[in-house]
Ligand binder design. Structure first.
Ligand SMILES: *Cc1c(COP(=O)(O)O)cnc(C)c1O
Length: 395
């Protein structure tokens, strides 16, 4: 594309050699000869004028390609170590587009402990269009082997999983499904490319709800697919353009702005999670704490192999479920709201919020019961967060 060229001082080749901190901070560096704008303009234009018959600037109509979105798509691809990025109006838009690569009749193996909206999309909608799904605990490799069928085309995992923080072995999953001629998709929303790059371990597709950590400020929705498959390059673009769930220019701008501080934010989210976990673990009202950074986490070694750190996502069981309404009422700083990954700390009650779409039996087998609460730790001061938890949980 000729209209933008983020090559001031360095080109895309050398950008691969820069650290993720630099690439995030400088992601939207934009070269525009006329004004020299540092920040990517919001190209709030539905359509683009053609210079002449049969000529195009590379931009025709924003449902297909938009310059602001394109800078963001390239940025997300770069930090995810992929060749191609596609931006959608939400994470679910990205998940839905990915499934369109496959034909009805395909079987898809999915992590059973996963984002409730993904479960709903698969089981309530795609299942009635001829796809079949097996929801299994993908952190237990034997469960994947048991679920595989001749028509299995895709293995779709969330690692760490939501909300139980189970870790699946990306490399092993990739080898397994590739041997059978299928593909591996990893929802990397929880760790972000700052901490984990699934494509490096053989995944074919990385998905993101950019609404969460990538954008980071709880003020817009976005979603992404990143991949390096030349064969799917055009098909995925056509799916994105045909379905029309493309990310708007303004939301693309906000997401780019969020990514500039991704590295700083992720470090602080992780630091807060470490502090809050050690406090929660010693609290008498708490039964158990789930965070991938705990040394007693069952897949702590695997996390070390495939991730460089841990996010601000922490789940815990309270001993007495009757405490839940009181805790939610009493918390002042930590907000009772759905979603995650923003600068504000949020608490959710998965059983009645994010995971209601999942049948009770499957939910409980995964460990999502009425004692479970999930925190998304923001970037506030950890002492203030502990003070808030202390007054809500009681000493
Ligand atoms: C939020 C979320 C999604 C869905 O993304 P939206 O942007 O809300 O559509 C998918 N996967 C995970 C892990 C999520 O947390």
């Amino acid at each position: 594309m000729v209209l933008y060229n983020n090559t001031i001082g360095y080109n895309l080749m050398t950008r691969n050699l820069l650290s993720i901190e630099t690439n995030c901070a400088r992601c939207s560096e934009y070269f525009e000869p006329r004004t020299g704008a540092l920040s990517v303009p919001i190209f709030q234009s539905a359509s683009f004028r053609h210079p002449a018959l049969g000529e195009s600037t590379g931009f025709d109509y924003s449902r297909g390609i938009n310059p602001t979105r394109l800078v963001l798509e390239d940025t997300v691809a770069l930090i995810e170590h992929g060749k191609y990025g596609l931006g959608f109006a939400s994470g679910m838009g990205a998940v839905s587009a990915l499934i369109k690569l496959f034909k009805p009749g395909s079987h898809i193996i999915v992590s059973s402990d996963l984002y409730g909206g993904t479960y709903r999309l698969f089981s309530e909608y795609y299942a009635s269009y001829g796809f079949s799904f097996s929801f299994v605990d993908t952190s237990d490799f034997s469960k994947i082997e048991e679920a595989a069928k001749p028509e299995t085309q895709l293995l779709f995992i969330e690692t760490p999983s939501n909300p139980m923080m189970k870790v699946s072995d990306i490399e092993r999953c990739a080898q397994f499904i590739h041997n059978r001629g299928g593909f591996l998709a990893v929802d990397n929303t929880f760790l972000t490319p700052y901490f984990q790059n699934p494509l490096d371990f053989g995944a074919d597709f990385v998905l993101h709800s950019g609404t969460k950590y990538l954008e980071g400020h709880n003020d817009t929705l976005s979603g992404f697919i990143v991949h390096s498959n030349d064969e799917f390059k055009e098909t995925l673009r056509t799916i994105q353009m045909s379905e029309g769930a493309s990310l708007s220019p303004f939301d693309a701008f906000l997401t780019l702005r969020g990514i500039k501080t991704l590295a700083l934010r992720m470090k602080k989210h992780e630091e807060n999670a470490a502090c809050i976990c050690s406090w929660l673990k010693n609290h008498k009202a708490i039964e158990k704490v789930f965070w991938t950074g705990l040394k007693e986490h069952p897949q702590a070694e695997l996390s070390k192999k495939q991730a460089r750190g841990h996010s601000g996502m922490v789940s815990f069981y309270v001993k007495d479920p009757d405490m839940v309404p009181k805790i939610l009422r009493k918390l002042k700083l930590i907000l009772f709201a759905e979603s995650l990954g923003g600068v504000e700390s949020l608490i959710t009650y998965p059983v009645v919020q994010t995971h209601t779409a999942i049948p009770q039996k499957m939910r409980e087998d995964a460990g999502v019961n009425e004692c479970l609460m999930r925190l998304s730790l923001g970037i506030e001061d950890s002492a203030d967060l502990i003070f808030d938890l202390e007054q809500a949980l009681g000493g």
